[in-house]
Design a protein around this ligand. Structure first.
Ligand SMILES: [Zn+2]
Length: 408
């Protein structure tokens, strides 16, 4: 069931696990001078500020008169710019052809594609929720070794229901299906043993328009969740329809990786369970806005999914920014911000990019621009609270004190 793909991957995974080096090895001492800083999404902005980073962490933050700029610092002029914590994208995929054999591929094309897809949009941490782990863990190793400028990568292994090969994935790819709880549990043990950081369950799988969705038996999903949780790993789900959402609830899944287009809004009972169980939501609104369907149908899909985000957020649930980039080639994040802004404030959107995921994934030193926090920063060409589209106007992306993107 697990397949040769995974078995042959074992040695690659061991290499990846032992070769990881902190990106702080490449950190510079930086002084970001003269910008406006939002230390957190709910903080008042600090104007004409200085942020100093050293050895991969934030060494100082304050007004220009209060902070000494180290003599060895690389000074980045941030006049007219806004500094916020580095962004998280909690739904990406390293599945495009460029990522094949990342362990041995030349670094330049990898870095170039990383820039187009992620670093130029401010992302310093990503969750890859479905790819060939051999490639993605090799990529992570090279990113962390400083060979490829990129974000902090987390990656998960996928489990599909029996006969649940989605219509949009190439039929020749063999996908790991679980037809019984013990098979699901064994797959999760294998993934964790290989060094993956969590699991993604297709609690609903799209088989093509007009065909019934194949849902995962909640007992199978729960067996996977139990093993993952015992190891302290999160579980994502692709719900596809309301039956898939019900399986999320019944199985104790942590994160819904999408809203559910074509369905109504979540019911009061579902919202109560989301809250009780601490379930998080990744909207992926622009994905649905750009589906190859008639404009009126697309408009309806957007209206329902936007409304799902609204009721989920109003219910107090954590919204985690995510776009499904890598599956979609909509790299520009502007549309996602505009759609989210129909129902969320700019500060709520900033939280979905920073503090919400940091808190949800227990990254205690990420998500805020504070002394002692990781030096993960996005420098924007404008104030995102004044105009959310400024979240996509990135001048610099800094991860662990290293500039991983600089606008040409
Ligand atoms: Zn996806």
């Amino acid at each position: 069931m697990i397949g040769n793909l995974l078995r042959t991957a074992l040695f690659h995974f061991i290499l990846a696990a032992t070769a990881g080096i902190g990106a702080a090895a490449n950190a510079q001492t930086l002084a970001l001078v003269g910008g406006k800083v939002y230390a957190s999404p709910d903080a008042a902005p600090l104007d004409d500020a200085v942020v100093v980073t050293a050895a991969g962490v934030i060494a100082a933050i304050g007004s220009r008169s209060d902070v000494q700029i180290p003599s060895d610092a690389r000074v980045i002029d941030c006049a007219g710019k806004t500094v916020v914590a580095g962004f998280w994208n909690s739904h990406v995929h390293f599945t495009q052809a460029v990522w094949k054999n990342t362990g041995s591929a030349p670094a330049a094309p990898l870095q170039e594609h990383m820039r187009e897809m992620l670093t130029r949009w401010g992302f310093t941490t990503v969750w890859d929720i479905g790819s060939d782990g051999r490639d993605t863990l090799a990529l992570r190793r090279r990113v962390n070794a400083g060979e490829v400028a990129g974000p902090d990568i987390h990656s998960v292994g996928s489990i599909f229901p029996k006969d649940g090969h989605p219509a949009y994935l190439p039929p020749e790819i063999k996908l790991p299906e679980a037809s019984a709880p013990d098979e699901a549990a064994q797959l999760v043990r294998t993934y964790i043993g290989f060094g993956l950081d969590g699991v993604k369950l297709f609690t609903g799988s799209f088989k093509g328009s007009g065909k019934p969705v194949v849902n995962m038996d909640p007992a199978i999903a729960k067996a996977a969740v139990d093993v993952a949780h015992a190891a302290g790993k999160p579980v994502f789900a692709h719900p596809q329809n309301m039956a898939g959402v019900e399986a999320v609830i019944a199985a104790g899944v942590d994160i819904m990786a999408h809203t559910v287009p074509g369905e109504s809004v979540y019911s009061p009972e579902q919202l109560a369970r989301f809250k009780q169980q601490g379930i998080a939501l990744v909207p992926t609104l622009s994905l649905f806005a750009k589906l190859p369907v008639a404009p009126d149908i697309a408009a309806r899909l957007v209206a329902t999914t936007v409304n799902q985000v609204k009721v989920f957020s109003d219910n107090g649930g954590p919204v985690l920014f995510g776009t499904d980039v890598g599956f979609t080639t909509i790299y520009d994040t502007t549309l996602e911000y505009e759609l989210m802004h129909r129902v969320l404030s700019a500060r709520q959107i900033l939280a979905s990019l920073t503090t919400n995921p940091a808190q949800y994934f227990k990254a205690a030193k990420k998500g805020r621009v504070e002394k002692g926090f990781d030096a993960d920063l996005a420098v924007l060409d404008g104030d995102p609270v004044a105009d959310v589209r400024n979240l996509a106007k990135v001048a610099y992306t800094i991860r662990a004190g290293q500039v991983i993107y600089q606008k040409p």
